[in-house]
Ligand binder design. Structure first.
Ligand SMILES: *Cc1c(COP(=O)(O)O)cnc(C)c1O
Length: 424
């Protein structure tokens, strides 16, 4: 560990929870330098939906590199980009009756969010953006202003402005209609909420604790956007690319967002890659107006096109995600019934689910115990209280069952420790 502690900035984070040196990874497993293998329930925070080093994607990339394919070409036309554009249109957009143009931004999620917010402001001529409690949209200043997390916001160093925060779907429980609340605030000229350019929202809040909005809430939000002439930006960076059982997280909700941000698992291989899908009328950029050296990563174009071709040509993969999501949920519900029917509960949707614990210390203790037994798993939520399972979607049933038994043991140990402390 010495080299890292000596030379790497203190800003490093995930490595602190998993203080080993990883060397190899295949599918849903990570292996350390010493040869110890872990099941990966973090999967690059949702970047490795198709697993580590998927053989089909790897071969496509190796072939491309071997043939001296373009690695970097600014945003010039390349064959790799052409193949990606036509594959994404043919297998993702067309079958879903979606008519969007694709903007390649700098290669991280926050770049895509910045571009979407900037374009919304440019097109509408308004400054204000509505974002939600516990939302996470990235750590560069514009995206950070839309992010709720106090720890991240605290590092901004400048005022985070031009965002109005609204309560997310079930923020006040099931009985409070937060859409009606927003409607009233937006209708009242003296509410103090300036007319927004756009609303940015995650359909399932990845970092914010796996809060899942209902289809009804999302549909009402879309209506609210139309009524008040606000653009609807769905941030599908974490919940997209199959995580909830469909390519887009909102797909079965019957909405048509104005913009969609994608990154994380879009390349399919863990390569940096981000994109904004824009309704055609909104594509009012002038050439180069929003620039960047790494817009569109050719290696990522290759693996992304291969991933879409391999996983999204029919329903088989999506159906397997739904089935595995159910298997994980069943396993988690068993744990909840066994160790804390009153204090634990399952949250999330599809393969974006976790167990909410009474507090962050409990969740952290469970993750530590699980790690000691061969499972890499992290927390999420306002108080880091949710043990969040974000395994690769290609994980096998055996690996799921093994991970569930590791989690079961962790909950058994930590929850019984707590009961003992409370009794004494
Ligand atoms: C991870 C994430 C981002 C930011 O992506 P980075 O690549 O970390 O900049 C934005 N929105 C959501 C929903 C995310 O999960």
């Amino acid at each position: 560990m010495k080299t890292f502690e000596l030379h790497e900035s203190g800003v490093r984070s995930y490595c602190r929870s998993f203080p080993v040196v990883f060397k190899q990874a295949r599918g849903a497993e990570l292996t350390t330098r010493e040869g110890k293998t872990y099941i990966d329930f973090l999967a690059g925070a949702g970047t490795l939906n198709y697993g580590h080093n998927h053989p089909v994607l790897k071969q496509a990339l190796l072939d491309y590199i071997e043939a001296d394919g373009i690695t970097h070409g600014l945003d010039m036309y390349s064959e790799a980009k052409e193949t990606f554009l036509s594959t994404f249109d043919r297998l993702i957009l067309k079958p879903r009756n979606m008519d969007y143009v694709m903007q390649f931004t700098g290669p991280t999620g926050t770049n895509a969010v910045e571009a979407a917010l900037k374009l919304a402001r440019k097109v509408t001529g308004r400054n204000n953006i509505i974002s939600f409690t516990n939302g996470f949209h990235g750590c560069s200043i514009g995206a950070l202003a839309a992010t709720g997390n106090k720890h991240h916001r605290g590092a901004a160093g400048v005022p985070l402005t031009d965002v109005s925060r609204m309560p997310y779907a079930n923020y006040f429980g099931d009985k409070v209609n937060t859409i009606a609340m927003m409607d009233k605030l937006l209708t009242d000229p003296s509410s103090g909420v300036d007319k927004p350019a756009a609303v940015i929202v995650e359909v399932v809040q990845g970092e914010g604790g796996l809060n899942a909005a209902s289809a009804e809430w999302v549909r009402k939000l879309e209506k609210l956007c139309r009524k008040h002439e606000m653009l609807l930006i769905i941030d599908d960076i974490q919940a997209g690319c199959g995580r909830t059982g469909t390519f887009f997280s909102f797909e079965e909700m019957g909405i048509k967002p104005d913009m969609i941000t994608l990154s994380k698992s879009l390349s399919g291989y863990g390569l940096p890659f981000a994109m904004v899908l824009l309704r055609k009328e909104l594509d009012q950029w002038k050439p180069g107006e929003h620039n960047g050296t790494f817009r569109g990563n050719n290696h990522a174009f290759v693996t992304a096109a291969a991933a879409i071709e391999h996983f999204w040509k029919d329903d088989e993969f999506a159906n397997s995600v739904k089935a595995k999501g159910k298997r994980i949920a069943d396993g988690m519900n068993k744990i909840v019934r066994r160790y804390g029917p009153d204090s634990l509960f399952v949250k999330g949707r599809g393969m974006m689910i976790g167990i909410s614990c009474p507090d962050g210390d409990t969740a952290a203790a469970i993750c530590r115990h699980a790690f000691a037994n061969g499972l890499v798993v992290e927390t999420s939520g306002a108080h880091s209280e949710v043990v969040k399972c974000l395994c690769p979607l290609i994980i096998s049933e055996e690996q799921i069952d093994k991970a569930m038994s590791i989690l079961d043991k962790a909950f058994a140990a930590v929850m019984s420790d707590q009961a003992a402390t409370q009794a004494s």
